[in-house]
Design a protein around this ligand. Sequence first.
Ligand code: ZN
Length: 288
Amino acid sequence: MLNPSIHRLDLGGFRVTSILAGRFSLDGGAMYGVVPRPLWSRATPPDDRHRIPMTCNCLLVEADSGERVLFDAGIGQRFDERGRDLFAVDGNTSLTGSLRLAGTAPEQITHVLFSHLHFDHCAGALVSDSGRLRPTFPDAIHLVQDGEIEDGMRGHSIMKSSYVSEDIECLRASTRFEGIDGNQEILPGLSVEITGGHTAHHQAIWLHGGDQSLVYPADLLPTRQHLRPYWIMAYDMFPHDTLTTKGLFTRRILDDQCIIAWDHDPGSPFSRLSETNEGVVAIDVETA
Ligand SMILES: [Zn+2]
């Protein structure tokens, strides 16, 4: 029987499982940018260090054609004591542990598709083995936008610490690591689309199966709280692009009745969207 913490959907030709790859916390003010604390703290109560709980929800997509694609690899477990304390990293949740609960071994992953290369999205693709780094998914092709690789290698970010260039270099050297040039179909029914906003080459991932579509917007819409137009992370390189693009994405998701998969929301990982007098809200999707 499937573990009750595993959320899974069937989407004509694809089996989609949300994989809890980590629990951590980030500063609430940074997560909501210009939004005043009295507003965001009502929506997401912070801890006594002003942090709010976050998850790294990766997606495992198993195609009927045999491929097993992982969207993002989460925050990993390679923290020193200070980092573990700073981000309140939960040492009991791991990407490979959650994948195993979902019935998948790391060796079975054929593709790792990164939305972008910030450490909380790619650090889990490497593990430390007696102090030496090795790939978590040795047999997988690792894919991300070309421009994101360049920006990651030179640490082009609001915060220097968002990219760990040594990790990116290690992934390039030890895995099949390939750049994507623009919007592309990766497999039939699975495509990437550049969103910009969070980083210049940040990409969302779309799945079209049968008459259903699902989008993983990653850090364009990291949590359901970010459906509000002006709730934009202070980490975003181009916040006005985030504002515009997330508005367009929200409209498409509503019009096409797509399922949205949240990358950092600690609540239910899959939602549909609904327009109400209070704005756009997320409605949980029933999962197996
Ligand atoms: Zn990010």
